[in-house]
Design a protein around this ligand. Sequence first.
Ligand code: PAF
Length: 279
Amino acid sequence: MLLVKTIKELQNLLNDSRKFGTIGFVPTMGALHKGHLSLIKQAVLGNETVVVSIFVNPTQFNNSTDLEEYPRTLESDLELLETTGCQIVFAPNTKEVYPEPDIRKFNFGKLETVMEGKHRPGHFNGVAQVVSKLFDIVKPDRAYFGLKDFQQLTIIKEMVLQLKITVEIVACPIIREKSGLAMSSRNELLTDEQRKNASLLHKTLLTAKEQKGQKTVSETITRVIEMINRNPFLNVEYFEIVDDEQLQPVKNWNEKSSKIGCVAAFCGDVRLIDNIYFN
Ligand code: PAF
């Protein structure tokens, strides 16, 4: 496994690799966990060369404390990556990715005015900036993203269409801790007690799905928020049930679309997200 920090070094390596087959790419912000490892595993199975990037992208944080506190664990990340079969780790610094400020403004229409887009203004513009830059640098055949960040995945697919990038976007399932808590780098910031309580997010979504036949969409939304907020460690920012293509709120269970319930909640200062398909 090779660690490279500059675009030039990376592209020299990839010029050779491309002759031997496809390039799979897993962009990350580090603090790797089993969720990332499952993306990398899938990339290793499907491609001759796998590149993992580790870059905490400043432009996608709309809160400077969140950016400062984001866990940075390069050494242990590299140890974990050694076990995965990925060949190249790209860990650039900010100047390498942004030699000049990126002033591009993307327009994702309705996709970015709900849920994460509504509560974290500018977040998806920053994600699109960095992911488009990374795609341009790596030129992967396939790129792997987790379904936990469902809205991010939808926006990245839209960005690829808008910019006409030829890359296959592969969606990978949510990986959970034994308690049901969705794996996230942010879980590292939780105390043991918070972590135990945070598993209520998934449990509540499961219950809501089970009871779907007995409640309307709006009753389900109210109930989920109540159940989570009743726990003193948790505070819901939003829970929405949306269609899985346009991400617009669903009113009735009998609407044709596939429906996904997405939640964001604070556990102490740590913001967690999760989701569940309702069909
Ligand atoms: O999901 C993430 O970790 C980040 O948003 C990504 C896709 C690596 C872009 O910085």
